[in-house]
Design a protein. Structure first.
Length: 254
């Protein structure tokens, strides 16, 4: 993927921290956090792409038999909503969209979870909605989960937290947070969004936010669930990628 765009991975650095371990019968379960940094050169510029995964390794009789992304560990780290933070967010209703603040939030929280919001097992779209809100995007449709885009302490719209719902909300919204569809990823700017249908079956599964442009003018994105920073937007290095993948590119307006 990087060779096709004229980029080279110059160096890779990997660090891991064991969070906990437990034994059952002849099996050892090890939960650990792995952070990977890629130093990438494109033309005359260097930048760092980062990823963080919470994983579980399973050993049977001291032999590694499985090592995979650990959804259960993510669920156990679920944050409790803080109503004081949410109330602060409510007072931002009339602000124009500030791309810099949205990107700043994406950079601050890409590998962590703001305790002011509930955390979901699949947290990608919840994270993106938080970025949009930090940028001043207006919430609409409160109390009806099927309509608008909103968050209130212990309730939220489907479009706030579900990738498929946010994709279709952006296409149809007439006020508040809206998205203008673009034909090419290169037309996006930091603060805009990309939606992903990995299987190409019409079910949209992932959302990212553009935080920078590479020297070719292509987006680099931040995302959660598989937490990543400054990742090349095509996601061809993802285990979820298939040749049938479809994208939607949204310029954010409000």
């Amino acid at each position: 993927m990087h060779k096709e765009r004229g980029a080279e991975i110059v160096k890779v650095s990997v660090e891991g921290d064991i969070v906990r371990s437990s034994s059952l019968d002849h099996q050892l379960f090890v939960d650990y956090c792995m952070r990977t940094e890629y130093l990438i050169q494109l033309k005359d510029e260097l930048y760092i792409e980062e990823e963080r995964e919470n994983r579980r390794a399973i050993f049977t009789n001291e032999e590694l038999v499985e090592d995979a992304f650990n959804h259960q560990f993510e669920l156990e780290r679920e944050a409790v909503a803080d109503p004081t933070v949410t109330m602060h967010q409510r007072n931002m209703n009339s602000r124009p969209y500030n791309r810099r603040e949205a990107v700043r939030y994406a950079e601050r929280w890409w590998d962590d979870y703001n305790p002011g919001y509930r955390k979901f097992t699949d947290n990608c779209t919840n994270f993106i909605s938080q970025c949009l809100r930090a940028g001043g995007a207006s919430m609409t449709g409160h109390s009806n989960r099927e309509k608008g885009w909103w968050y209130r302490t212990d309730k939220w719209s489907l479009s706030w937290a579900v990738a498929h719902s946010l994709r279709w909300y952006l296409s149809g919204a007439q006020n508040g947070l809206r998205g203008i569809e673009k034909e090419r990823a290169s037309e996006l700017e930091p603060g805009d969004l990309i939606c992903y249908d990995f299987d190409g079956d019409g079910r949209w599964q992932h959302t990212t936010i553009v935080v920078a442009k590479d020297p070719n003018g292509e987006p680099l994105v931040n995302a959660q669930t598989a937490n990543s920073r400054m990742r090349y937007w095509k996601y061809e290095d993802s285990t979820a990628w298939t040749p049938n993948i479809k994208y939607k590119f949204f310029q954010i307006v409000t």
